[in-house]
Design a protein around this ligand. Structure first.
Ligand code: ADP
Ligand code: MG
Length: 246
């Protein structure tokens, strides 16, 4: 491992993190800790609170109670652009009226990066996802897989130590999904960021993750390595969700 890059991911802690909407507890007292540079997956059925938890970490949703700490410091008072956290949304959420390059530049503009630096960093980020020739196109002129990579370039352009990926492979066909899964693994190794990956697909979770948090009805019902979840499920729910019956 002589050539491994230095880890620059951040340590993250979720403490009694909760979010309710009217009388629905979307996320209820979630306690999780992620090591710097770890690849963690939130796995669970639709409606179990995975996206809401990511949105609170990124700053797009305000927790009802609880705390989020990055390297020991609470971030819940910080607005989105002050948090050093990149996010890829499930539907990519690219701006349709902006070019690919302008989409990738957006987080840098939000952070007040100088114009000259922006051009250089956008170029580098697009090259990293092999889209350097596509900067002038609109998102609608790209395939699903290419749009996915633009969203990734936009999330990576400010070199965040934390990367949140909300079902980033969900909209892709099976073949592309396999390719992107492999690329995600490579990307994680090369950037060393702490990655939180959301999926409802147990196979994706088992093959990609250092640790998996299984969500059900807004709660984390088990947190552990793929091996531990597979071999020692603590509930019937986890056994069914992880096991071959899925
Ligand atoms: P998942 O990502 O696991 O599918 P979500 O976090 O999106 O789950 O949703 C958890 C629960 O919170 C669901 O019951 C969902 O309907 C509800 N919910 C999510 N966002 C909102 C919102 N903005 N307003 C009201 N309810 C919401
Ligand atoms: Mg979701």
């Amino acid at each position: 491992m002589v050539n491994a890059p230095p880890k620059r991911g951040a340590h993250i802690e979720l403490q009694d993190l909760s979010k309710s909407y009217a009388n629905l507890n979307a996320v209820e007292k979630v306690n999780l800790s992620f090591d710097a540079g770890e690849f963690v997956t939130f796995l669970g059925p639709s409606g179990s609170g995975k996206s809401t938890t990511l949105m609170m970490i990124a700053g797009f949703q305000v927790p009802s109670s609880g705390d989020i700490k990055v390297n020991g410091n609470s971030i819940i008072q910080q607005p989105v652009h002050k948090r050093n956290i990149g996010m890829v949304f499930q539907n990519y959420a690219l701006f349709p009226h902006l070019s690919v390059a302008q989409n990738v530049a957006f987080p840098l503009e939000m952070r007040g990066v100088a114009r000259n630096d922006i051009a250089e960093r956008v170029k580098r980020s697009l090259a990293a996802v092999r889209l350097d020739k596509f900067g002038d196109r609109r998102p609608a002129q790209l395939s699903g897989g290419q749009q996915q990579r633009v969203a990734l370039a936009r999330a990576l352009v400010f070199e965040p130590p934390v990367l949140l990926l909300d079902e980033p492979l969900g909209a892709l066909d099976a073949k592309l999904r396999e390719e992107m899964k492999f690329e995600l693994k490579q990307l994680h190794q090369s950037i060393g960021a702490t990655i939180i990956f959301v999926t409802h697909d147990q196979e994706e979770a088992l093959t990609l993750s250092d640790r998996i948090a299984v969500f059900n009805h807004g709660k984390v019902v088990q947190y552990g390595t793929p091996e531990a979840l597979y071999n020692q499920p603590e509930s019937r729910f986890v056994a069914d969700f992880i096991g071959e019956s899925n």
